[in-house]
Design a protein. Sequence first.
Length: 490
Amino acid sequence: MEWTREQRYRRIEEATIEELTALQEKVNNSRWRQKYHIQPVTGLLNDPNGFSYFNGEYHLFYQWFPLGPVHGLKYWYYTKSSDLVHWQNVGIALQPDDYFDSHGVYSGSAIVHNQTLYFMYTGNTRDENWVRHPYQCLAFMDENGQIKKLQAPVIHEVPKGYTDHFRDPKVWKVHDTFYAVIGAQRENETGCAVLYSSPDLMHWTFEGEIHTRLQHFGFMWECPDYFELDGNGVLIFCPQGVVPAGEQFQYVHQSGYIAGNRLDLKTKIFEHGEFVKLDRGFDFYAPQTTIDHKGRRLLVGWMGLPDIPYPTDQDGWAHCLTLPRELTIQNGKLIQRPVKELEALRQDAVHVKDTLHNEQKRYDGFNGTCYELICEFTNMEAEEVGIEFRSSDEEKTVISYNRHKQKVTLDRTYSGEVPAKKYGTTSTCRVEGNAVKLHLFVDTSSVEIFINDGMEVFTSRIFPSPESTKICFFARNGNVSLDTTIYHLT
Ligand code: FRU
């Protein structure tokens, strides 16, 4: 079904109770509902927003269009958790009901100041000619959990030299000064990130552009996030429209980072290395990080991509968030590991140690649609090793390591219903060594695979039939030692 602009910009109050109930029922009957991932009650979820730790709890919001699986009028939906594992749906946090956010409460971030949690976000507006005018706005949550907006934007204008693609403020604090990085498009239609500063979150000064080496890298940078980790500066952002190079950048939307010295806040010079993709799977975008009370840098991403139809659309909902990951840095490379708290989901465990001789093998207890699987292949003489999971006679999803090519590949060609087939159904990245560790989190319609303790991650939605539950380990052309444990989850 084609959604008209009127349908996309309908407010939730305009829907009748009957319409909402019917939509809810359709969503509840979807065979692809997740068991332990954050997903929308109805409609479409996209970017994580306002990720923070405040008042003894983790707060996480996301972009939400309630009325269907399309990008329409965006709200902030609110979930919270005391352990990063069990999330409580609180409801709508910010509605697009003011002149400065009338066409969407767009992405933004949170920061604690004076025992209050502040949110800085982009208010998206359109005039009668549908010309966009973005405002940067502020809201706050008091200790009783009440969220209120400031009644005027804190940044009214796009600075000279930039277009109306100007959004997604991420705030942090250095000594007594707040800084915000904002995603922007130059008038020559190249992307960049700009810096603002403020003494109090209310009054902001445009400091200028962050000077990177990436002068012609896509036409817009969405969702920038700057932070420091072990003395390194890291700028995460999502460049749109990077020119494809080989297997890289095939799709319009990318998500990655540049890391290097600390950003010089005076000159705005950021000395950095290559742009590195954060995730090697098919469905990952617009991540946001925060630092928690334990000093950990945590990341959550949107497990989805813009402008692509997904099989759940027919069920009235789309997308979910990734599991929270802890970031560390080794030799300038970000390492991503699932947060330790997720162990709380583990039910029973089955452990197997074996040697595979150029064969495929299945083991008792290794099956399901919702589990964590840790698998180490060592003493690798085989050319290729791997796991087929969510498999049946007709379907399988495959993660494999080829020792000769030094490559890990995720193959979702036979995963069931496959979104965005035209962009390819296999995804690969370079991994070195004669051993490989694969750590999978499988949920009803997704998989997150951490390679070699977070050196690389493959995040993907998969849409197999509920009967595709088998797990099979394999070695091709030689032997390998296998040490694996499965934990059924929830
Ligand atoms: C990224 C993005 C942001 C914007 C939001 C709108 O996915 O386009 O740039 O703020 O989504 O939902």
